[in-house]
Design a protein around this ligand. Structure first.
Ligand SMILES: [Zn+2]
Ligand SMILES: [Zn+2]
Length: 183
């Protein structure tokens, strides 16, 4: 039998026989060690290496990202309310969609520039939260009315701004994280 000499073992578990290999470094890995990725099986070391490239943000990036997004979303929200004051009529729906996606794209690009194009999931989440926060601040007058009068009906005033904020926040997240998925 020549098979004896061709036996291969997991590089982390020398007693475990395996024919599976990491498709990045070529090391033999047992099924217990193998991590499934969209491109095939990887060893834990390669996964960790990948994560490092993926996570380039400094500790303060989520904070800067949050405030950049919050300030811009506040401005966008205020502009939205200003224009909304004149009434959108029939086109309201389309304008909100276009404006929300547009604002999200602009905010995402601004955040990317401010943090020096560094990336991390926490940063994306912080920037998205910043959009929601800034958007709510822009509608603080409505929130205050509800808070002080207890008139929940006033919350209806948040309907369109709310949809706008939601769209802008989703667009921000997709734009920020989508760029990196393509790499
Ligand atoms: Zn590997
Ligand atoms: Zn193993």
């Amino acid at each position: 039998m020549t098979e004896e000499s061709t036996k291969t073992y997991c590089y982390r578990h020398p007693e475990t026989e395996t024919a599976l290999r990491c498709n990045r470094c070529g090391n033999y890995i047992c099924p217990k060690c193998a991590r499934r990725t969209p491109t095939g099986y990887r060893c834990p070391d390669c996964i960790r290496e990948q994560q490092k490239v993926f996570d380039t943000a400094r500790w303060y990036d989520p904070i800067t990202g949050f405030f950049t997004a919050a300030i811009l979303a506040g401005i966008a929200g205020a502009l939205f309310n200003l224009v909304g004051g004149f009434g959108f009529g029939f086109f309201l729906f389309f304008i909100i969609f276009a404006a929300g996606a547009g604002a999200g794209t602009v905010i995402a690009e601004a955040v990317r520039t401010v943090v020096g194009k560094r990336r991390s999931k926490i940063l994306f989440t912080a920037a998205t939260a910043g959009v929601v926060f800034g958007g709510l601040i822009a509608n603080l007058h409505i929130l205050l009315v509800v808070l002080f009068t207890g008139n929940l009906g006033s919350l209806l005033g948040l309907l369109w701004p709310g949809i706008f904020i939601f769209l802008a926040a989703s667009a921000t997240y997709v734009r920020l994280s989508g760029i990196q998925l393509g790499r």
